[in-house]
Every structure is written in structure tokens, then in C-alpha cells.
Design a protein around this ligand. Sequence first.
Ligand code: ADP
Length: 258
Amino acid sequence: MDHTACQGELDADVDKIIEAQNVSKWYGNFKALTDINLTVRKGERIVICGPSGSGKSTLIRCFNRLEAHQQGEIWVNGIRLHSKMRNVTEVRKNVGMVFQHFNLFPHMTVLMNCMAAPMWLRGMPKEEATDIAFKFLERVRIPEQADKYPAQLSGGQQQRVAIARSLCMEPAVMLFDEPTSALDPEMVAEVLETMTSLARDGMTMVCVTHEMGFARAVADRVIFMDRGHIVEEGNPHDFFTDPQHERTKVFLSQILRH
Ligand code: ADP
């Protein structure tokens, strides 16, 4: 590990996995995030919801530096993210990300998809990487598909492989960016079950999702965003039964109608 990149920038509170303080982000002249404050502690399950274009994806992409913020501070697992940081890989080793469109390597088998990052980023020997890959393919209940290529799997299976691939890096936090919204309806349940079981095992998770059943069952906190702001947050019971803000009420009435 290149410790020089984060020297003098380590956060003392080890319980905080993510901390965003007054974070703002622009795309050109357009302000996508405004004054975001959010702390995610070890073991917490956070669900972020809100209308399309409200900044949910942008926010979680800032947490693994797929996007850069321009104002405020973000700390991830004790490392401060900033424009002069030299080692973004060090951050990404700590942060697993699962995307809407799986983003598996199409030319690699399921097994190699899972072995690649531990070998390339952690320098793990092949045998150990194979063991880890099988451990997490079993975790998502798909070890029998190890020798197939992504295109030979269903969408739900591919997404479970994508989850296993992230877990192989044994990240401090998993970010999910609408992981079920590209799936056919009959495949949503298997992915949500996998996510629910990870949550039950104590994984720290930040999930952007419209799956409000999942939010109710699993989240410690639900965060509602609109137009780049966190408008409201609360525990699922309060959030769903007694939303405080008009925009939250409108959003929930639209999404829960279906
Ligand atoms: P959400 O995830 O809530 O749907 P996004 O974070 O994807 O919202 O987008 C927030 C806003 O930022 C939207 O208005 C979107 O059009 C804009 N945006 C997102 N990515 C880019 C980009 N790369 N360049 C310019 N604008 C972007």
C-alpha cells in the first residue's frame, strides 16, 4: 500500500466508513449536488431514493472517485478524497461497486472476473484468488457457473457474479447503483435476496434503489434526494409512514402506487 498518498489525512474515527461534509458537485455549470452531509458507519445499511436526475448516482460515484466533487470533504475508510490524490486505486480497494448494467469483463470467465482484481490490484497469488473467487461465488449461490462467460448467463446471474466480484476485494463498504433496474422482473428477487443476505451478515451498504420493499426490510436509514439535495432522511418506519416534506410525500405516493 502506498501510505504516502494518505499521510496526515487519516480520520481517527474508525467507525465511520464514509463521511461527506458539505459536498457540492458541478457538471460544467450545472450543480448536481448541493451541500451533502452524510455519515455511514460500519455495518449500516443506507438506501438512497429519489426521482430520476436527483443526484443519487452522482453521490455514490463520488464515494469511489468515479466522479470528483468540487466543494466539501469526503472521507472513505479513513482516506480523504481530493483532487491531488495520487492513489485512487487505494480507495477503490476499499469500496465495492455494483452497477445497473453489471459491467462484467465480457471476454473473461465468471471465475476470472472474480479473480482479476485480487490478483492485479492486491498481487494475490492465483491459487488464493481462486479460493476467494469460489468462496464468494458460493456466497451468491452460483459456483457452478464459474467457467461460463457473462453472455451465457441470465441478467440476474450476471448481477450476482458482479456482487461476488466486488466481494472478492473484501471491501469496507459496498455501493449499489440501481442494481435491479436493468433486470427482467422475474430476476429482481434473486438479486434482492443476495443483497438482503449480505445486509444480514453485517455488510456496510449504500444502495441507490427504487425497491422500497427492500428499503423497508433492510435499511437502517432511508435518504430521499431531490435536485441535488438530501431533502429528508429517517428510519424506514418513520420515512414511509410519516414523511415530513411535501416532495417526499409526492415521491412516495408515486412510487408506492405501483
Ligand atoms: P440520479 O442517479 O438521481 O438519476 P444522476 O446522479 O445520474 O441522478 O444525475 C444527476 C444530474 O446530473 C442529472 O441532471 C444528470 O443529467 C446530470 N449528470 C449526470 N452525469 C452527468 C455528466 N457526466 N455530465 C453532465 N451531467 C450529468
